[in-house]
Ligand binder design. Structure first.
Ligand code: 13P
Length: 232
């Protein structure tokens, strides 16, 4: 199982340090792979052995004139070899195009990075029916090497992110079963995963883990989810 936390634009540097030490305890006691994506200012050489630290974003460059971005040089400083690409907040709020995401994907793939690549449909697309939804998601696979050995895919319906609303368990399993036909990569579910639904989600067929946002901000909640992954 892969249990991942996207901390987004939350927690200070000192709070993240404390958080990492807490999570490392759960992580060490677990057979699951635990990945944390802290805010950019909180990337560091945390004194941890097991938990993997990834970047929420980086520009496909070693360094250069890309105001507000970080590149490989900044990731290398902290030994970061894992990156999140295609998160819906970057697609929809920051308007990153599929073409640009492919460029990022290829850049970090060439460097051997572990890539957590996100896909997912907005509400209107989901409401238009299953066929429309799958057509939409299929476009998010365009240009992506779905057989890349260090690829992890996360299915995150946009309307379920940060809303407290999730698809039914049947719907999650159904979409995951469809997406599994597109890539052999481990497939995570994300979108309003909480302590009270994590176990059920992790138990579904074709769900290889979870990508958690808000509920992961509490180390003890995220820690419980890590423990659940070992109980299945
Ligand atoms: P929430 O868990 O807050 O819905 O966020 C999910 C997410 O976007 C993880 O990347």
């Amino acid at each position: 199982m892969i249990i991942a936390a996207n901390l987004k634009t939350n927690l200070t540097r000192s709070a993240t340090h404390k958080y990492m030490q807490e999570i490392e305890k759960y992580s060490k006691a677990s057979s699951s792979e635990v990945i944390i994506f802290p805010a950019m200012t909180s990337l560091d050489n945390f004194k941890i052995d097991k938990t993997i630290v990834g970047a929420q974003n980086a520009y496909p460059t070693v360094n250069g004139a890309f105001t507000g971005e970080i590149g490989l040089e900044q990731l290398d400083e902290f030994g970061i070899k894992t990156i999140l690409i295609g998160h819906s907040e970057r697609r929809h709020i920051l308007h990153e195009s599929q073409e640009f995401l492919v460029e990022k994907f290829n850049y970090f793939k060439k460097l051997g990075f572990k890539i957590v690549y996100c896909v997912g449909e907005p509400k209107a697309i989901r409401e238009a029916g299953k066929e429309e939804m799958l057509t939409y998601i299929t476009k998010q696979y365009e240009g992506i090497d779905t057989t890349y050995e260090n690829l992890i895919i996360a299915y995150e319906p946009v309307w379920a992110i940060g809303t407290g609303i999730t698809p039914t368990l049947e719907d999650i399993e159904d979409v995951h079963t469809e997406l599994k036909k597109k890539s052999p990569a481990p497939l995570l579910y994300g979108g309003s995963v909480k302590v009270n639904n994590a176990k059920e989600v992790l138990n579904l067929n074709n769900v290889d883990g979870i990508l958690v946002g808000s509920a992961a901000l509490y180390a003890e909640h995220f820690g419980l989810m890590i423990q659940y992954s070992d109980e299945l």
